[in-house]
Design a protein around this ligand. Structure first.
Ligand SMILES: N[C@@H](CCC(=O)N[C@@H](CSC=O)C(=O)NCC(=O)O)C(=O)O
Length: 278
């Protein structure tokens, strides 16, 4: 598979690089970014896959989260990707809404026209991207997954449905029960149609209630987040595990909102959490 390098910058003795490639899963050109810590010069390192939220590209996290110093110290690679397929011929909404279409792939495999042709972000994140990363970069097969908001939903769903592939999951302000949130209902109706069975495959609260694997999860949620009550609903995750002992830590953080300022405040603790479980 051909990779075209878009940028290459030294940072904290490691490298931040961006690449473009043709994705056969999404049937379009995609861009991703990788941070390689200095330890990757001498041995393969573990990887945290970061899934961003609505409107983001590979750049938001790398530029705003302040994660790279700690990733360099811990010897962890970080991979970020776009939040939807892009380019000519890729379906989008006509009203310019930010919560559907471009920048809003919801990390699922669409089944409905016109989205089905390109919106296959679940398979891209689970299969194609890690295969590409593991073939071209000095990383080992230890993986963790993390994300924010729509990306927190993606991290929970992908981690919970692929427990053998990831050693831990973390999330900031995730959409925890998309079947009961306006963002989730809009996206699932468009991408998946009306069938409740298909929706259930992508609802973290339902998946958590039914999983037998005990993959460790850390979630931070600001209590001053404007999306908390309507869209995010972290209490539904607690309800899903109320009758058993599941290794989920949900921290309500006083005064924090939905922004990357919040993520920057706690990202080092998330990297430490993943490092402990590699
Ligand atoms: N008014 C915002 C709405 C979109 C937004 O808040 N996006 C968040 C993720 S929300 C859930 O998935 C985000 O990460 N934005 C990018 C950033 O760098 O902060 C808008 O249009 O951006």
């Amino acid at each position: 598979m051909r990779l075209t390098q878009v940028s290459n910058n030294k940072v904290f003795d490691g490298l931040h690089q961006q690449y473009q490639h043709f994705s056969s899963t999404l049937d379009c050109q995609m861009q991703f970014a990788v941070f390689l810590p200095p330890q990757a010069e001498v041995k393969p390192v573990p990887v945290v896959y970061w899934l961003s939220g609505l409107t983001c590209s590979d750049e938001n996290f790398m530029q705003k989260a302040g994660a790279l110093r700690m990733a360099a110290k811990l010897g962890i690679a970080i991979v970020t990707m776009d939040t939807s397929p892009r380019g000519e011929g890729v379906a989008d909404v006509e009203d310019g809404a930010y919560d559907l279409g471009l920048g809003a792939g919801f990390y699922l495999n669409a089944t409905q026209a016109p989205w089905v042709a390109h919106y296959q972000m679940y398979d891209y994140v689970v299969k194609e991207l890690p295969e590409l990363i593991e073939a071209h970069f000095p990383v080992n097969d230890q993986r963790a997954i993390s994300g924010h908001s729509m990306g927190g939903h993606g991290a929970l769903v992908i981690g919970l449905t692929n427990c053998e592939r990831y050693s831990s999951i973390s999330a900031f302000s995730p959409i925890c029960h998309p079947m009961s949130s306006p963002w989730g209902q809009k996206a699932f109706t468009q991408y998946l149609g009306d069938g409740v069975k298909k929706w259930q495959q992508y609802d973290a609260s339902l998946l958590l209630a039914n999983t037998e694997a005990l993959i460790p999860i850390l979630i931070d949620q600001g209590d001053d987040d404007p999306f908390l009550d309507m869209e995010l609903k972290p209490e539904s995750l607690l309800k899903a595990i109320e009758t058993r002992d599941y290794p989920l830590i949900l921290r309500m953080q006083s005064g924090y909102d939905h922004s990357y300022y919040f993520i920057a405040t706690f990202i080092e603790e998330h990297l430490g959490f993943h490092a402990k479980h590699f």
